[in-house]
Design a protein around this ligand. Structure first.
Ligand code: HEC
Length: 436
């Protein structure tokens, strides 16, 4: 992906931090949406197939309702499913610039597969809604009507299209999700490691939990719930959604704990632990609400269940981002130092600073080890500078390339100044030390 490298600008460390936050916000949009898209399509395809085989109108209605409500509409598919991935690619190109991390390649493939998957799934959505229309027509048009053959052909065509697009859409999205998880985990784990597979399974189980929660939410909570007087259907939806949510949520803590144990030590920090724990606690809160719904056989907690599951998902996202930030700290430092050089080059600031400001150089670099009248890491200037009186060149030479002097001190590391900078700081020191 060399063309991406051309888009990359060196970043200051503040910018790099900002990019991590942007990535996190993008994930807040993308991950819940794509999870529900995937989970909803799996359910719809499954119940549609079952419904057609057993000619069960309840299943068919559920298949249609789920895909119709959970996918919202086509623009949402683009806004929440495709654009965030594209943006992530650009952010990753910045963050992983000049490392040979394959993350960005995985992400580009994830993007291609997601785009195809999303298009197929929205085609599936239309054909399922369309098929529903034919069912209605069938009930109006008498069987022996001349047109019935034509209608039958259209219906079968649309049905076959639905079956194909649903199935292939899922396959593409499945692969895309795996690549996505691998890409965002790549600073921690290699592609086909146990840890990435565990993260992927965690992603899938979370997707089902949130999908179940979303079904409960739109059918029973949002806007007073979907109005239906068919008690049979309500009971079926409630039971199915509860089962899916519960199963998906049940294995979450296991995977999250595994991930914390498996994380490499350079990725760990207090905050990573805290957000993991928070995510797990929210899952427990979800159990609590789900249990009360099963026990009282009501749907009152549909909203809270969905909210805690979404927030638990946010917790996991923050944790993953923090872990990634920790693990790539070294690369960030290198990027930031390149930025400083780049900045000096475009502003010519280094020369200006050297000409004008030996004091600034002292403050920025030397003062962490030197004071004028007491020992810090290096000896006080009042002690060492008198011997350089009238020997400015020697002082400059020492600063540019320090040599071992005093056995009571460790050797001074090379501060990496340019000739004019060393000259400036030396002049300033010789001028100043007696008055300090
Ligand atoms: C990381 C710590 C560190 C930094 C940063 C540092 N120094 Fe030093 N400096 C030392 C130490 C340690 C010694 C003692 C070395 C020795 O005696 O061998 C020393 C010694 C010196 C001496 C005495 C040399 C002599 O002949 O005895 C001078 C002068 C000096 N530093 C100037 C500077 C200036 C100017 C800078 C900033 C551009 C600077 N140092 C930055 C640690 C540092």
């Amino acid at each position: 992906m060399n063309f991406l490298d051309n888009l990359v600008l060196p970043q200051s460390s503040e910018h790099i931090e900002l990019l991590h936050y942007i990535l996190m916000l993008i994930m807040f949009l993308f991950i819940p949406f794509i999870s529900v898209l995937f989970g909803g399509t799996v359910l719809s395809v499954y119940y549609r197939k079952k419904g057609l085989r057993e000619t069960n109108p309840l299943f068919l209605r559920f298949a249609r309702d789920v895909i119709e409500t959970l996918t919202i509409n086509k623009s949402m598919g683009i806004i929440l499913g495709i654009i965030p991935l594209l943006t992530s690619i650009l952010v990753f190109a910045q963050l992983f610039h000049s490392t040979d991390s394959p993350s960005i390649n995985y992400l580009v493939f994830a993007f291609i597969f997601t785009a195809i998957g999303v298009i197929l799934i929205y085609t599936y959505r239309y054909s399922v809604i369309f098929s529903g229309l034919f069912e209605t027509i069938k009930s109006i048009v008498p069987e022996d009507d001349n047109n019935s053959e034509l209608i039958k052909n259209y219906r079968d065509g649309s049905r076959a299209l639905g079956t194909r697009t649903g199935r292939y859409g899922l396959i593409f999205l499945f692969i895309a999700l795996f690549l996505y998880v691998a890409a965002v985990s790549n600073s921690l784990y290699p592609l086909f490691s146990i840890e990435v597979i565990a993260r992927f399974l965690q992603f899938l189980s979370a997707a089902f939990a949130v999908t179940g929660g979303a079904i409960l939410f739109v059918f029973f909570y949002w806007d007073g719930g979907k109005k239906t007087d068919d008690e049979n259907y309500r009971t079926f939806v409630k039971k199915t959604a509860l089962r899916i949510t519960f199963t998906g949520a049940l294995i979450q803590p296991f995977f999250l704990t595994f991930d914390i144990i498996a994380l490499p030590s350079n990725a760990l920090s207090g905050a990573v632990f805290t957000y993991s724990t928070l995510a797990i606690l929210l899952i427990f809160a979800a159990y609590h609400f789900l249990y009360s719904m099963i026990r009282n056989s009501d749907v009152k907690m549909s909203g809270p269940v969905f909210y805690v599951l979404i927030f638990s998902m946010f917790g996991v996202i923050v944790k993953d981002q923090l872990a990634m930030g920790n693990a790539t700290k070294l690369n960030s430092v290198i990027l930031a130092s390149k930025y400083t050089e780049y900045l000096k080059e475009i502003t010519g600031e280094n020369k200006v600073m050297a000409a004008a400001n030996g004091e600034q150089i002292f403050k920025n670099i030397c003062s962490s080890c030197h004071s004028f009248d007491h020992k810090i890491v290096g000896p006080p200037y009042k002690q060492t500078l008198p011997k350089y009186e009238g020997k400015l060149d020697q002082l400059v030479a020492f600063i540019r390339n320090p040599s071992k002097k005093n056995p009571d001190y460790p050797p001074m590391p090379n501060p990496g100044l340019r000739p004019n900078e060393a000259q400036a700081v030396a002049e300033w020191l010789m001028k100043t030390y007696k008055t300090k």
